[in-house]
Design a protein. Structure first.
Length: 272
C-alpha cells in the first residue's frame, strides 16, 4: 500500500466475539477528525505474527493498539476433553477447532470419541471429546471371547451348505465336515480359550469357501493398516508410500491368505 493511499485508508486486524484474530479490514479516514480513522468494531492496528499452528487472541478488547497472545493449536484428542465448541458458531477459530477435533479423534478412536452436548430440549449446542475408559481385564477377556466365538460361528456358517442332506458330497467328505464342525464347537472349552486358539484345518471340500473368507479378513486388515499409516503425522510422504507398498505386497506372498509375513516398519524404511 503506497503512503498516499495509506493516508486515506489503514489496514486493521479484526478479531471475533471471543477475541481471536479473524481477518484484515480497511479503516477509512474520519472526515470529522483529521488524522483519525473510522475503526470497525473489534479491531487493532497491531498485526499478529500469524505463525503456522497458532491462534492469536487479542490482549485487551476495545484497545485499538492492543497486541496479541499467541496460543498453540491443540496437539491431540486429549486436549479437547472437556472443551465445548459452540455448534452454531461460524468463527474461523471455532471452525478450525472443529476440524482439528474431528481429525484427532479419527486417529485415535480406541481412546477418544466425539460427542454432542445437548440442551434440555435435546438440541445440539456444542461438540466435545470424551475419553473412552480403559477396559478392565475381565472386559478385555470377554471382548476376546466374543470375537473368537464370532469367528467360530462364521466358520460354521461357511460349511452349513455341506451338511444339507441332498448336497452332492461323499459320505467320507460329509464325515470330515461333521468332525471339523464339532472341532469348531469345542473351541470355547479349550483350556487356553480365548488365548492361543488353534483353529482346526478345514477339510478339502470346505477349503474354497474358507479361503474366500480368510482372504476377505486379511484384506480388511491390510486396509486398516494402510489407513493408519496415512493418518500418521510422524511420517513423510515417501515413508508412507514405502510402507503402503510393502503392505500391498502381502497379496503376492506365496502363503496368502493363511501364512502371512507382515512387513516390519523399521526394515521397510531402512531399505533404499
Amino acid at each position: 500500500m503506497s503512503k498516499k493511499v495509506e493516508k486515506l485508508v489503514k489496514t486493521v486486524f479484526v478479531y471475533d466475539e471471543d477475541g481471536f484474530f479473524e481477518d484484515t479490514h480497511i479503516a477509512q479516514v474520519n472526515p470529522k477528525r483529521p488524522g483519525a480513522y473510522l475503526m470497525p468494531p473489534r479491531c487493532t492496528l497491531v498485526k499478529p505474527d500469524l505463525k503456522p499452528k497458532f491462534f492469536y487472541k487479542i490482549k485487551t478488547v476495545g484497545d485499538e493498539n492492543s497486541g496479541w497472545d499467541e496460543i498453540p493449536f491443540p496437539q491431540s484428542a486429549a486436549d479437547f476433553v472437556g472443551v465445548e465448541i459452540p455448534h452454531k458458531s461460524r468463527t474461523l477459530h471455532n471452525h478450525m477447532l472443529r476440524s482439528l477435533l474431528s481429525d484427532y479423534v479419527k486417529k485415535d478412536p480406541e481412546h477418544f470419541r466425539e460427542v454432542a452436548v445437548n440442551d434440555k430440549n435435546g438440541d445440539k449446542i456444542a461438540t466435545t471429546v470424551e475419553a473412552i475408559p480403559e477396559l478392565t481385564e475381565a472386559e478385555k477377556k470377554a471382548q476376546k471371547e466374543a470375537a473368537a466365538r464370532s469367528t467360530r460361528d462364521y466358520y460354521l456358517t461357511m460349511t452349513d451348505y455341506l451338511v444339507v442332506n441332498d448336497y452332492p458330497i461323499t459320505n467320507e467328505e460329509r464325515e470330515q465336515v461333521l468332525e471339523y464342525r464339532q472341532a469348531l464347537r469345542d473351541i470355547p472349552q479349550a483350556r487356553a480359550f480365548p488365548e492361543g486358539i488353534v483353529w482346526p484345518e478345514p477339510p478339502a471340500v470346505a477349503k474354497a469357501a474358507h479361503k474366500y473368507w480368510k482372504s476377505a479378513q486379511v484384506g480388511a486388515e491390510i486396509k486398516k493398516r494402510i489407513e493408519a499409516i496415512q493418518a500418521r503425522t510422524d511420517l513423510d510422504e515417501e515413508q508412507k508410500t514405502k510402507l503402503t507398498a510393502a503392505l500391498q505386497q502381502v497379496y503376492q506372498q506365496s502363503g496368502y491368505p493363511y501364512d502371512i509375513e507382515w512387513p516390519v516398519e523399521e526394515e521397510v524404511l531402512a531399505n533404499e
